[in-house]
Design a protein around this ligand. Structure first.
Ligand code: PRX
Length: 660
């Protein structure tokens, strides 16, 4: 059953309770419509009002939106501010210095609290330390860190001195790390000796050493190492320095670098349908505004809330809803080092109980795997824990199927908490289509309506808007403050990827298919329309995995597709042609395994194909194009309905029909 069919079967509507409406930041649908109308009436005035109300400006902006170089839009450009100042100094100024900013729980369950004042001093010391190593405004710093207070501190420290951070997820291989370091031209890397997750360690520092030994990383002259485990690490005396040694001598205050609102706050690499991962560049002002605003609108954050987003700082969700959003609004948040299934699959529920979390934000894949775990071992079921502190549940990263939505609402949310399905992307900076907990009636499987000020629509291949009920391409018709500014170092690719000429060059193309409900206009996302895969909420390009496979000397050709998977959303299936005859039986299984390990080394374990199938050649059209639709059918185990008369060697369908 497709996502759309399954959504259509779930017709129940869940209205917000009167309690949820009362006192909500956006209280009731009339309030939502009023905001939408305000943005329609005076688009720039709307954003100007919000930017003045929600951010502290060192120099006020005089111009809101500059469209002269569209689609390279500029927001609040002559205004000056600092992101770290906005998140930390401002909270202290408001009297929140002793408020807990971070409740950190390590993999083994040890808990430590960090107040806003503590965090401010940690950030200042590290910012001074970065300056002491010669790092200045505009320099790039790669952060390859575990989930930790130090990781968040490192991001804020960069922001404080105007350095541009680029966080690389700790699960990426040395090769992926090296490519990102080279592309961004980093001068420093901040890392840890080791990462600890699920009782296992991963030698981050050694991976950094491997990455830096590769080509084109020559600009890096500083590696700052946070000692997490005390494990053995290699050392380059001129380059490497322990974080604790470096910060020990530093002052615990640090004058922030005031930057233009358009100064890049960070670059985060993400997968596209072609080529290497692209460096998505975000601004300081517009990005931070949206991080703060969506905390208030989508999560209705209040002073006593305990917010918990389970993402990693290596992804955009961790940037916006761990590092910047919660601190920008002075919230208390839980930060977790570990994984949901260690030491048992009730860990999330146990932690909600322990920390009295009120807002919980996670990925559908995590929920689906915990549903399964609870079925297998009832002691890990949410009902075995006191989750009465919760008031709002959120999901992100992939479509949530209605069954999972209902389970989440009933078993985790006790039937009381709204489930907020937030649609957004690395490129959008924050939520763009999502319900508001005190306003929007919810329909399982739908991310409902655009945020105020976001002009989302569905269009055909030529950019014409389609009526409700007709599926098409999801676009955003007007710029918004937290949108991607460019792809680092590649303006042409930015324009071609997101503002393609085929759609008229003015619409932001999300890359997802969507359909709106005929009556309500609610959006349902039907999945990517390009060659981007979504495995457990992680975004991967088919091309990247194919390139990794063909980089292996025994592989002649490879094509990668996905098939639906009950738990991970999608699973990767690779069709591989070897330079020698195609292997079968045990030999096939052995080579498939070798190739899976190879891909993990080339990209990272998240990119490992679930299945590898071998054949003598790939199915291609007369013009030599790989017949991906055919491969998708084979991956799903469907009977072949496509025209295969052009195939030179029809027997490959049998060869590829089964996995090695
Ligand atoms: O396909 C959409 C899916 O995730 C993609 C963006 O991935 P990434 O940039 O890694 O950001 C993930 C976290 C924001 C989208 O193009 N996606 C994200 N949220 C949803 C979703 N698909 C359906 N429903 C969602 N709520």
């Amino acid at each position: 059953m497709s996502a759309v069919e399954s959504v259509l079967q779930e017709r129940r509507v869940f209205h917000p309770s009167s309690e949820a409406v009362l006192g909500a930041t956006v209280s009731g649908m009339a309030a939502y419509h009023a905001l939408v109308a305000e943005a329609d009436r005076d688009f720039e005035g709307f954003w100007a009002r919000l930017a003045r109300e929600h951010l502290a400006w060192h120099t006020p902006f005089t111009k809101v939106l500059d469209e002269r170089d569209a689609p390279f839009y500029k927001w609040f450009e002559d205004g000056e501010l600092n992101a770290s100042y906005n998140c930390l100094d401002r909270q202290i100024g408001l009297g929140h210095g002793e408020k807990v900013a971070i409740i950190f729980e390590s993999d083994d369950g040890t808990v430590s609290n960090v107040t806003y004042r503590d965090l401010y001093h940690r950030v200042c010391r590290l910012a001074n330390a970065l300056r002491s190593r010669g790092i200045r405004k505009g320099d790039r710093v790669v952060i390859y860190m575990p989930m930790s207070v130090e990781g968040i501190t490192a991001m804020h420290a960069c922001a404080r001195i105007g350095a541009i951070h680029s966080v690389v997820f700790g699960g990426f291989s040395s090769k992926s790390l090296s490519e990102r370091i080279a592309d961004i031209g980093a001068v420093a890397v901040i890392t840890a000796d080791e990462q600890v997750r699920g009782g296992k360690t991963l030698p981050l520092k050694n991976i950094v050493d491997e990455a830096l030994a590769m080509e084109l990383c020559g600009a890096v002259n500083t590696v700052i190492v946070y000692r997490r485990t005390g494990g053995t690490v290699g050392w380059h005396a001129n380059r490497d320095v322990w974080m604790h040694d470096l910060v020990a001598a530093q002052s615990d205050t640090c004058e922030p670098e005031w930057v233009s609102a358009e100064h890049p706050l960070f670059v985060l690499y993400t997968s596209g349908s072609t080529g290497k991962p692209k460096g998505v560049q975000h601004s300081t002002g517009g990005y931070l505004l949206w991080a703060a605003l969506t905390m208030k609108w989508t999560f209705d954050i209040r002073p006593d809330d305990v917010f918990w987003c389970t993402a990693d700082i290596g992804w955009i969700t961790g940037h916006t809803y761990i590092t910047y959003g919660p601190t920008a609004v002075g919230a208390t948040q839980v930060v977790f080092e570990g994984i949901p299934t260690y030491p048992h699959a009730g860990r999330f529920w146990e932690m909600i109980q322990k920390h009295k979390a009120t807002i919980f934000y996670t990925a559908p894949t995590a929920i689906r795997s915990l549903v399964k775990a609870a079925e297998a071992d009832i002691s890990t079921h949410p009902k075995c824990f006191d989750l009465s502190s919760l008031r709002i549940l959120g999901t992100v990263g992939e479509p949530i199927n209605p069954e999972t939505w209902i389970w989440y609402r009933e078993h985790v949310g006790g039937g009381r908490c709204p489930v907020i399905d937030t649609f957004w992307q690395t490129e959008t900076g924050g939520h763009v289509i999502a319900p508001l907990p005190g306003a929007t009636p919810l329909v399982p499987g739908s991310c409902t309506l655009p945020m105020p000020g976001i002009h989302a629509a569905i269009v055909d291949e030529t950019g014409h808007e389609l009526p409700n009920g007709q599926g098409g391409a999801l676009v955003i018709k007007r710029p918004w403050p937290s949108m991607i500014r460019t792809i680092w170092g590649d303006r042409a690719r930015f324009k071609a990827s997101y503002f393609p000429d085929e759609l008229g060059g003015k619409l932001y193309l999300a890359g997802d298919g969507a359909i709106r409900d005929r009556a309500t206009g609610y959006f349902t996302i039907t999945g990517r329309t390009d060659d981007v895969l979504n495995v457990s909420g992680h975004r991967l390009g088919t091309m990247e995995i194919e390139s990794a496979l063909v980089a292996n000397p025994i592989v002649a050709e490879a094509a990668v597709v996905s098939r639906p998977d009950e738990t991970t959303g999608e699973a990767i299936v690779a069709f591989v042609v070897l330079k020698r005859t195609w292997p079968t039986g045990e030999e096939g299984a052995r080579i498939a395994n070798e190739l899976r390990v190879w891909v993990a080394k080339e990209i990272g374990p998240i990119a490992k194909p679930r299945e590898i199938r071998f054949g003598e050649n790939l199915p291609k059209t007369r013009s030599g194009k790989i017949m991906r639709r055919l491969l998708r059918s084979l991956a799903k185990g469907e009977s072949i309905t496509q025209d295969v008369s052009t195939l030179e060697n029809p027997s490959i369908l049998d060869q590829f029909g089964t996995s090695a």
